[in-house]
Unconditional design. Structure first.
Length: 278
């Protein structure tokens, strides 16, 4: 079996659902439980069957909020009734639920990574790949105007942080002091190279906003959607430094293509930033 799911209890009433797509890529969803309801942050791929893992933990009613509209974060949305997403990412989510678009993106990815082609001879792998880009369209609700989700004796606040996508958000749990940052601040790097990404300047503004918010709220852990988790506490400073060097001309990107993304690549302090616009 290529996909491996694992539910990990991070703190009282907070769970991480780890999903390994085709044995190649990791993505994390997070479940926060209050007295009255639960909040699921992202739903991974369509092949995750994430509702089964949620139901193994709780029978509370569940709201879903997506950190952004990419297919590896919205794939399981249709398994739930109420899904929140920043309006600036509704079009992105629609695009990332379009089979033809995802098929073209995946074909380019496999073309640029010929070492993966032998795996396609395995019918199980091929079926999993096909199913993972079949994402039902979802109806989205705008984010609450109050700026938080009330789960019953527990509030989860969100802030808008454009960068990876125009509608990216980060969420903060007031009890655990955990900061859920989506794809905005992952160890290893960030992609700012999509048509719906911001440039480096706006991204740096968002990272500064995230750092200020995290410090003011007394944050205890930074939880991204990919790679090392939790992220190192200095991750915001490292991204700010790298972005500043790009904008000051001290770091100049080298254009590269990887099938799913194309852009100028810079590396600094164990971070890779791929961007198109300053």
């Amino acid at each position: 079996m290529f996909n491996k799911n694992e539910v990990v209890k991070l703190a009282e009433d907070i769970y991480q659902i780890k999903y390994y797509w085709l044995g190649m890529a990791d993505v994390y969803a997070y479940l926060i439980l209050g007295k009255d309801r639960g909040l699921l942050i992202d739903t991974c791929y369509s092949t995750t069957n994430i509702s089964n893992y949620v139901q193994s933990v709780t029978d509370l009613p569940i709201d879903v909020v997506n950190t952004h509209g990419h297919f590896d974060h919205i794939g399981g949305n249709s398994e739930f009734g109420q899904v929140f997403l920043a309006e600036n990412d509704w079009q992105t989510a629609k695009q990332h639920s379009d089979y033809a678009y995802l098929k073209s993106m995946m074909d380019n990815f496999l073309k640029m990574n010929p070492d993966l082609k032998p795996l396609l001879s395995n019918p199980t792998y091929k079926k999993e790949l096909e199913n993972s880009i079949c994402i039902p369209q979802s109806e989205y609700k705008a984010l609450p105007k109050c700026g938080y989700f009330d789960l019953g004796e527990r509030k989860v606040t969100f802030i808008e942080t454009p960068g990876h996508t125009q509608g990216s958000i980060c969420l903060f749990d007031e009890i655990s002091k955990f900061f859920f940052v989506g794809d905005m601040a992952c160890e290893e790097g960030v992609l700012l190279c999509f048509e719906h990404s911001t440039g480096v300047t706006e991204y740096r503004d968002s990272i500064r906003k995230m750092k200020k918010f995290y410090e003011e709220q007394g944050g205890k852990k930074i939880l991204p959607s990919h790679h090392q988790c939790p992220a190192n506490e200095d991750i915001f400073d490292r991204y700010i430094s790298a972005c500043t060097d790009i904008l000051d001309g001290k770091l100049v990107g080298e254009y590269q293509e990887q099938g799913i993304w194309q852009g100028n690549v810079v590396r600094k302090e164990n971070l890779q930033i791929v961007y198109k616009n300053l």
